[in-house]
Design a protein around this ligand. Structure first.
Ligand code: PLP
Length: 108
């Protein structure tokens, strides 16, 4: 990402303090993968989204592992949801695809 001029930080979003501590004045987006691959860490999407909203930060959740069958991140206030449709949504591992879903209007 640094080749594209994008700064990033890896962090464990375990509680409100760890989320707040990972935010700096340049932070524009929080990207969450939950459950994470391969450790299956679970992130509190509602907490992430509320801290992000307070700081006017966009949130993205990679929902590939749970799929829409188990979790709908938009219901927890996440702005953008991404899926590798290559995996469970396809079901057979014989298709390559992806999807991004949102209910957030584009910025002006
Ligand atoms: C959670 C998650 N999201 C995205 C991807 C990327 O999927 P693809 O290989 O279809 O680009 C993976 C791949 O393992 C994944 O585990």
């Amino acid at each position: 990402m640094t080749r594209f001029g994008i700064e990033f930080t890896f962090t464990r979003l375990e509680n409100e303090k760890s989320i707040q501590d990972s935010i700096n004045p340049h932070t524009k987006m929080i990207w969450v993968e939950t459950p994470s691959n391969p450790l299956l860490n679970i992130t509190d999407l509602e907490l992430v989204s509320s801290v992000a909203q307070e700081n006017e930060i966009l949130t993205v959740a990679d929902n590939t592992f749970s799929s829409t069958y188990f979790v709908k991140p938009l219901d927890f206030g996440i702005n953008l949801v991404v899926h590798s449709t290559t995996k469970y949504l396809n079901g057979h591992s014989d298709v390559i695809g992806g999807a991004t879903v949102t209910s957030t209007p584009p910025p002006n």
